[in-house]
Design a protein around this ligand. Structure first.
Ligand code: PHE
Length: 452
């Protein structure tokens, strides 16, 4: 007998869990360095446009597919079209994407765990400014450290997902998301008191169009997808635990605004810190693990601030990683009728195993130096490239084309409107989803193959 589908305890619980999925390493680790690399201001403006015109419509589509089908991605595409429909491919792509994405996401989250520990114990600040680059290098290259923290982080993720929808995902998001927000405000208060605040603020919000390139525009779109957790069925899965009365459009707006706010706050905290200590904004992925510790180690109460910062990173990563594992877990629950415990342990265990090469990617072995010599990128970078540039955009394309052109109009219209006070958005949403969204994603894909 099929069990009744689990649901969120409340609409706020859903919004917090979905915002928790969206707010992650993408906001705090990636957004600032991508912004820095693209010269700030103008890039931020394009990013905001991508969130509003492409990201938001896709998010509404995902939540709608989930709520209408009450199924995770594979079942959603099948039940809303027909058995063996080719659209099911996009559901499977999402499940495969969740395995791959979490496998290396957890390695970066592991660094954040390690740095939290180093900050709390005072060892981080004790390295002094000149010790930060060698420290990160050492962490990045150490197989033992990477493996241990990767497995520890996967363990935490599995523990939360074992608790189920209301008692696992929702409960932990309710605790971690407000904590994250408070920590962000503490750091913002500190950044505000620095000499470089004005310059940092200007860097994020001033219009420096001269630094923006075509590549930057496409990067903004990719970043919006990643940051809003789109294209992988995470929002389909979370939407499938929604009840019919809840308004999709207003929830999607709230989630997107929260996600964008946290990304902007992270930038407004980090750039003043950089400028106040005379550092360059275009630092790349090492930004939060090298440059920020250099600055913090010179500040009064540096250990405290570093602890707040790295714990914030861990919290943000955890509320995202649980949504990735939930995509895999719910597939086995829905499609194979496994118990939650079995589905979580098997998929979590498999992801932990697939993550081992990613944990070894900084070292000298095959997955690190070996692959770099062979194909020019280590395992970690290769998988990140595949997921960010192929899986998520392709998934997003499938989701938007399906919802806009294939889904039964009555279902689409009905689900958009039920519970909604924002009915007048329906036409605008559909128009964006039909034309603007696919066009933008195809541009990104053409760029990925090198056509433009
Ligand atoms: N949005 C998450 C982040 O910003 C990453 C993510 C992508 C989560 C896709 C789920 C699905 O870190």
């Amino acid at each position: 007998m099929a069990e009744q589908r689990a649901h969120w305890g409340s609409k706020l619980g859903f919004v917090l869990a979905a915002a928790g999925s969206a707010v992650g390493l993408g906001n705090i680790w990636k957004f600032p360095y991508v912004t820095g690399r693209n010269g700030g201001g103008a890039f931020v403006l394009i990013y905001l446009a991508c969130v509003a015109l492409v990201g938001l419509p896709v998010m509404v589509a995902e939540i709608l597919l989930g709520r209408a089908s009450q199924k995770s991605p594979v079942g959603a595409f099948r039940d809303l079209s027909r058995p063996r429909s080719p659209w099911v491919f996009f559901g499977l792509l999402g499940v495969a994407g969740s395995f791959l994405l979490l496998s290396y996401y957890s390695v970066v989250a592991g660094w954040a765990l390690h740095y939290s520990w180093l900050s709390l114990s005072g060892a981080l600040v004790a390295q002094g400014p000149n010790g930060m680059q060698p420290l990160f290098q050492q962490v990045y290259e150490s197989p033992l450290l990477n493996l241990s923290y990767h497995l520890l982080f996967m363990g935490l993720t599995i523990l939360v997902v074992l608790g189920g929808v209301a008692k696992g995902l929702e409960r932990w998001s309710r605790i971690l998301m407000p904590a994250l927000f408070v920590m962000m405000l503490i750091l913002l208060g500190r950044a505000f008191m620095l000499d470089g605040f004005g310059r940092g603020f200007e860097f994020v919000f001033g219009l420096h169009t001269e630094q923006l390139t075509g590549r930057g525009v496409l990067e903004a779109l990719g970043q919006a997808f990643f940051s809003l957790s789109l294209g992988m069925g995470a929002m389909i899965t979370y939407g499938s635990y929604l009840r019919r009365e809840d308004d999709i459009m207003s929830a999607a707006i709230t989630i997107s605004v929260l996600d964008t706010l946290i990304a902007l706050l992270a930038a407004v905290v980090l750039f003043p810190i950089l400028f106040s200590y005379g550092m360059e904004p275009a630092q790349g992925p090492g930004l939060v693990f090298i440059t920020i510790p250099i600055a913090l180690s010179q500040m009064p109460a540096g250990s405290f601030l570093a602890s707040v910062f790295f714990l914030l990173l861990v919290f943000a990563a955890l509320t995202s990683s649980i949504s990735m594992l939930e995509v895999a877990t719910s597939y086995f629950i829905d499609e194979r009728s496994w118990s939650r415990a079995k589905a979580t342990l098997v998929s979590g265990g498999a992801i932990a195993a697939i993550g081992i090469p990613a944990a070894l990617a900084g070292g000298p072995g095959f997955f690190g130096a070996g692959m770099t010599a062979l194909v020019g990128a280590n395992w970690f970078d290769t998988v990140d490239y595949l997921v960010s540039n192929w899986f998520l955009p392709l998934g997003g394309l499938g989701i938007s084309l399906f919802t806009a052109w294939r889904l039964d109009d009555a279902i689409r219209h009905d689900h958009f409107l039920s519970g909604s006070k924002l009915a007048f958005f329906y036409r605008a949403w559909l128009a964006l989803l039909r034309l603007v969204v696919p066009f933008a994603i195809v541009l990104v894909l053409l760029h990925a193959v090198g056509v433009i």
